[in-house]
Design a protein around this ligand. Structure first.
Ligand SMILES: Nc1ncnc2c1ncn2[C@@H]1O[C@H](COP(=O)(O)OP(=O)(O)OP(=O)(O)O)[C@@H](O)[C@H]1O
Length: 698
């Protein structure tokens, strides 16, 4: 039977005969696929002209009665029934290759329609195999294209060319694009299909040469680089016969950051009325931007596949999640270290526990960099020059936009392969990245929105594994945070991490030996981080923290505490007058305002500022260049994370996202005594105002 499918190619035959109306042209083999439902709780619906039923503002699909259909759910059956090439199936099921047996819901539900060349919008929870769901039918469809030079034809027709691109996958991050391409190569092994990547941060010229030399059937890339390639007539790469366009993480791709580039790419592709095109979007949510794109680009008979079952608990409700309140942000790194050490002790006592493998998310690349550098300088005995890291042989890695693409790829691959590791990360890995066996996702600071929190958390407990979510927040971020994550099963943990509440401004004498050791290890390690890095991290956190606290003055006090007690600086770093003005913080007395080699104390202390040349500590700076340059650099990097952080822009402009937290409402308390919903308490107290019971979920 397979021969027949190969000869006539199901999707190809469908495309050739009815490029815009596919449903009536199903191949006989596929008609046999209809039959009794075995997975009825899954909602699947084909919207004819009824897609407005998908509320534009809603991420939920309309409830629809389950359609009775027999779905092929075993990968092996795809070959025996002749739907998919034997090599592809072998690559998927062989124990020494991908080793998969049964399809996930999103795979079985979308495969059917995609193999016919139909448009699909699929919504499924994280970690459910969406990548293979679109790769498998896409690879099969390309392979079925009789005009292509694949394995079977190579001898006869020669190499594929750069103009042979039949499918394009756009992904929001470079790491995800590379991960998708790596999986595509596994699926395509031995078929002759050529998979290529086009991601930013790599040498464009070399990438183009590779595509020209080896040819390309499936191109996976990030919006900017793909736009560059297709808009440049001299690139030598084109897709005049492109049949499939896939937007992975469509909700992210179509948000403000990428939407213009994605639209431009679509305009650069062949006219879908001349060259039949299948449009596919996979998305965790269906916001209005995705619906606009659906309406603009998909055929009326597109299929909406939603594989969130009524009886299924989504990852973010299933994974145990804890939040630990910090006395100050200076307590974050010691708390992470304590968490890792505690787990190592537990794991040594219980070999059934998986080794500690954590991703630690921060809101700016500067913090990621500082944390990774500090952890790599940890010593068992803080006073020793050279010593073993207290975490033993745990791999300590970082990934963010300030690294070169090869460093990012290297970090991702090393982390993927490591059994015991910490990956300090910006949001470049928050979506879609599939790292096996991640035991902990740790988030430091308030994530920029609820979706970010959920996507980050989705890096653990994947493929039916267990995992834990931890969040380290400043004591004062409760109100802001609890508003957004109220319904999630996040429990406050005030017991496990005593270091979180230690007063880092004081000596270690009153602390338990374990806490004192952890803090002294971190303090010593942070001192090894170049001074300029610590100072620029302070500046990059300014934009973030101003949005997390109701009071700007309060945010600056917290940041100053971090500078002195966490970063080991003798005084808070100066911020340029321009930036201070744009952020509306010029008058805050605690802010140090200055120009490169000069600074003055905030205008709130009198406009006749005292200009002072930076003290001797600057001469110990191991990096060169002025702080102003360092600020600009780190901020640009943050921007290239495409919204992964909330730093302010490179002209010292306002933060990219404004949370309207401009007044000093929360400034009723000073020092460590704060007001929470009208209740005054000290930092040591655990009393919570309504909306946040001390032991109850948010
Ligand atoms: N049918 C299957 N059976 C078992 N494991 C699978 C199956 N399909 C995919 N996987 C594995 O599940 C993991 C998650 O897959 P994938 O990364 O595609 O998920 P995802 O839905 O794209 O997640 P995210 O929403 O985070 O992007 C991968 O390790 C993948 O190899």
């Amino acid at each position: 039977m397979f021969g027949a499918v190969r000869r006539f190619g199901v999707s190809q035959a469908l495309r050739a005969s009815a490029p815009r109306t596919l449903s009536s042209r199903w191949a006989p083999q596929l008609l046999k696929w209809q039959a009794p439902a075995t997975r009825s709780p899954v909602l699947i619906r084909s919207f004819q002209t009824s897609y407005p039923a998908l509320s534009a503002a809603s991420a939920e699909a309309s409830e629809a009665p389950a359609v009775d259909q027999e779905l092929i759910t075993e990968f092996a059956d795809l070959q025996t029934k002749g739907f998919v090439d034997a090599s592809i199936v072998r690559n998927i099921i062989s124990p020494d290759r991908m080793g998969l047996k049964t399809m996930t819901d999103v795979q079985s539900q979308s495969l059917h329609h995609m193999l016919q060349g139909g448009d699909v919008l699929a919504q499924a929870k994280t970690g459910t195999g969406k990548t293979l769901a679109f790769l498998l039918p896409t690879m099969q469809n390309i392979l079925s294209d009789p005009t292509l030079n694949t394995k079977q034809d190579l001898g006869r027709r020669g190499q594929p060319s750069a103009a042979d691109i039949r499918a394009l996958i756009i992904s929001p991050t470079r790491e995800l694009a590379e991960q998708i391409a790596a999986e595509a190569m596994k699926v395509a092994a031995g078929t002759g299909l050529k998979v290529q990547t086009a991601v930013g941060g790599t040498q464009k010229r070399l990438g183009l040469q590779r595509i020209q030399r080896m040819g390309c059937h499936l191109l996976v890339g990030t919006p900017g680089r793909i736009k560059d390639i297709f808009s440049d007539p001299s690139s030598g790469v084109s897709a005049p016969r492109l049949n499939t366009l896939i937007l992975d993480e469509a909700d992210r791709l179509l948000d403000q950051g990428f939407a213009p580039e994605v639209k431009l790419i679509q305009d650069l592709l062949p006219d879908p009325f001349k060259v039949s095109r299948q449009t596919v979007m996979f998305s965790a949510t269906v916001p209005k931007e995705v619906m606009h794109m659906v309406k603009r680009t998909m055929k009326p008979d597109f299929k909406f596949v939603k594989t969130v079952r009524d009886d299924e608990v989504p990852t973010h409700l299933r994974v145990p999640q804890k939040t630990v309140f910090l006395r100050g942000y200076e307590n974050a790194l010691p708390s992470i270290l304590e968490l890792a050490k505690n787990y190592q002790v537990k794991q040594q006592a219980n070999p059934d526990l998986r080794p500690f493998k954590a991703i630690v998310y921060f809101n700016s690349t500067a913090e990621v960099n500082l944390a990774a550098e500090a952890f790599n300088h940890l010593k068992v005995e803080p006073t020793e020059q050279r010593s073993q890291n207290p975490l033993g042989r745990m791999r300590l890695l970082e990934i963010h936009a300030r690294l070169s693409q090869s460093q990012r790829t290297n970090s991702a691959n090393t982390f993927r392969k490591s059994s015991e590791a910490i990956l300090f990360s910006s949001d470049v890995t928050a979506r879609g990245m599939d790292f096996p066996e991640v035991t902990h996702v740790i988030q430091v600071g308030v994530p920029r929105d609820r979706e970010t929190y959920i996507h980050r958390l989705g890096r653990t407990a994947r493929a039916n594994k267990t995992g834990e979510g931890w969040m380290f927040l400043h004591d004062g971020e409760n109100d802001y945070f609890s508003d957004r994550l109220r319904d999630l099963p996040i429990h406050e943990d005030s017991q496990s991490i005593p270091t979180a509440m230690a007063d880092m401004s004081k000596g270690l004498d009153n602390l338990s030996p374990a806490t004192a050791l952890t803090i002294s290890q971190i303090k010593a390690a942070v001192q090894e981080v170049p001074l300029m890095t610590r100072e620029s991290t302070y500046r990059s956190q300014l934009g973030t923290l101003l949005q997390s606290f109701a009071s700007k003055r309060h945010a600056i006090r917290i940041l100053n505490d971090l500078a002195l007690n966490g970063y080991g600086l003798s005084e808070p770093p100066a911020v340029s007058p321009n930036i201070a003005r744009n952020l509306g913080i010029s008058k805050i007395p605690e802010l140090v305002i200055g120009h490169s080699q000069q600074r003055h104390v905030g205008l709130g202390q009198g406009s006749s500022s005292t200009d002072r040349v930076f003290g001797g500590h600057r001469s110990s700076d191991r990096s060169s260049g002025s702080w102003a340059r360092s600020f600009d650099r780190s901020d640009r990097s943050d921007r290239s994370d495409r919204g992964s952080s909330r730093g302010f822009n490179d002209r010292g402009g306002m933060p990219r996202r404004s949370f309207d937290r401009d007044n000093d409402r929360g400034d009723r308390s000073s020092g460590r005594g704060r007001s929470f919903g009208g209740r005054e308490r000290s930092s040591g107290g655990r009393e919570r105002s309504s909306g946040f019971g001390s032991r109850s979920p948010f």
